[in-house]
Ligand binder design. Sequence first.
Ligand SMILES: Cc1ncc(COP(=O)(O)O)c(C=O)c1O
Length: 312
Amino acid sequence: MIEHAEIAAALPTVDDVRRAGERIAPHVRRTPVLEAEVAGRRVTLKLEHLQLTGTFKIRGALNALLSRPETDQVVTASGGNHGLGVATAARVLGVRATIYVPRTVPPDKERRIAATGATLVRHGRRYAEAEQAARAYAEQNGLRYLHAYDDVDVVAGQGTVGLEIAEQAPGCDTVAVAVGGGGLIAGVSLGVGARAVVGVEPQGCAGLHAAVAAGEPVDSPVDSVAASALGASRIGQVPYATLRTTSLRLALVDDAQIIAATHRLWEDFRLAVEPAGATAFAAWLAGQVPGDNPCVIVCGANADWTLNGGTR
Ligand SMILES: Cc1ncc(COP(=O)(O)O)c(C=O)c1O
């Protein structure tokens, strides 16, 4: 648990995001932007789902590991995109990774994490049990536990998506971002400078809305088609404190809108994305993203697109 005074002293800055960009550049893709049009409305799509591992998560993980080069072993808990990002970043940098996953993790995700060479530990039925065990293991062995979003280096790393948007789409005035624990939106809000930022959440996983209403991060329900990626039960303290220094708009979309947005991205642009990856686009389709020149971050592709699965 991070104390308030520590947070204030350690909030990420735009310089941290710039340094993160320099550090991770040799190891990540600079994902492209697509100038698109839907029903006569123009939008720029930042295709971050084409990032290595299928999401931006590798950016934060790489920055965290490169910021402390003495780290030779890292521990986290995640059967999803963060776990894959940390495991892949660790492999790239020659760091040993131990990833705790709940026994309920989908076999495909488990296979992809294991393929990086990371040590996979199955523990408990729920994520919270896996996390508790992972933290205990890290503490007992003096190892770094890498949080998925409540970490200054992770936020700075995710912010490099925003830096790229500022460079690739300089005329963009508003950026729409899906929110889980808040690491991506906090970093992006630093990286995009003065542009407006819209945080988009599923109605059933609205931790940032809940935090703003309560004036601090609070627990909130998790129930959405995008929950596997956006289902943090509480916004992180570092992201929340970072976002308080920016002007932020919020938007909510329901599951039907998210699913319709994944279909639209496929039908119109042949972009195959997971529900979380289409959540910000859903808000744009619903007219909830203001601005003359908006940019929507398409942030994840880790759906099962084999013939037996997929979101369609
Ligand atoms: C595809 C995707 N989009 C968005 C998010 C939300 O990121 P954050 O938890 O940093 O808000 C996640 C988190 O896992 C994700 O996997």
